[in-house]
Ligand binder design. Structure first.
Ligand code: ADP
Ligand code: ADP
Length: 233
């Protein structure tokens, strides 16, 4: 059953007299439970596509249906609501609030969902335990290592039970050993039935995904099953 259906979407930017076709024509179907790596050279349209997938932006042509919701022409407010419910984001730079504890960072999306404080804290604590940080819930981001910060971000991404996890270069700021640990965590999350879309320019990292989509010049150049899936012990 498709979770994401993208049909002939385009995204153009108009700057004065110049028109940039960041996405020309992209069609893509992603089923529930898939683990997809999105690759491609700089400027090929990965960020533009991720922004649309993440409901941060809408296409200028074509149709995007996420979890049976047509989000192609939504207003910003409606899009924000879909985003909070359906999408968990993980970023290269972690994007944690620096003055807040790990617990408060993870609980934040539940504020937007209208969950009461007691339940927010209970759920955030359980989410942090699930990523191996039960002993760090009161720590602030600068009191945590890079890998621990990314674990907090992963816990935050999962807290609303989103239908997809969008991870944009999640290992981009981590050393090799820590990158492998974070990929192991994403593998575990995938094994529990979650759908993950990962942007990376590192071939070794992409090999943890089960499907690889390669972009070039605003088009999908290649879309194939990964026959050499890398696994973290
Ligand atoms: P990638 O993430 O693969 O590097 P992008 O999606 O960022 O690619 O960019 C695709 C193309 O769209 C590039 O030519 C880029 O310069 C252009 N582009 C991206 N965002 C904007 C924007 N906000 N305004 C104008 N052009 C943009
Ligand atoms: P609106 O555009 O309706 O005013 P907001 O900008 O407050 O909504 O939030 C839009 C969405 O972005 C929210 O649904 C929430 O999930 C997310 N969001 C906003 N601020 C933060 C933040 N500081 N940290 C994490 N997520 C946030």
């Amino acid at each position: 059953e498709p979770l994401i259906t993208i049909d002939d979407i385009g995204r153009k930017y108009v700057i004065g007299a110049e028109v940039i076709h960041a996405l020309k024509s992209v069609s893509l179907t992603i089923n529930k439970g898939e683990f997809v790596a999105l690759m491609g050279p700089s400027g090929s349209g990965k960020s533009t596509l991720m922004n649309i997938l993440g409901c941060l932006d809408t296409p200028t042509k074509g149709k995007y249906v996420l979890n049976n919701i047509d989000v192609s022409h939504m207003t910003d407010n409606d899009l924000a609501e879909v985003r909070n419910k359906e999408i968990g984001f993980v970023f290269q730079t972690f994007n944690l609030l620096p003055r807040n504890s790990a617990l408060d960072n993870v609980a934040l999306p539940l504020v937007y969902s209208g969950v009461n404080k007691e339940n927010r804290e209970k759920r955030a604590k359980a989410a942090l335990e699930n990523v191996g940080l039960g002993h760090r819930i009161d720590h602030k981001p600068n009191e945590l290592s890079g890998g621990q910060r990314q674990r907090v971000a992963v816990a935050r991404a999962l807290i609303n039970n989103p239908s997809i996890i969008l991870a944009d270069e999640p290992t981009g700021n981590l050393d090799t050993k820590t990158s492998v640990e974070i990929m192991g965590l994403l593998e575990d999350i995938h094994a529990k039935g979650n759908t993950i879309i990962l942007v990376t320019h590192e071939e070794d990292i992409a090999l943890h995904a089960h499907r690889i989509v390669r972009m070039r010049d605003g088009l999908i150049e290649k879309d194939y099953a990964n026959e050499n899936i890398a696994k973290v012990e």
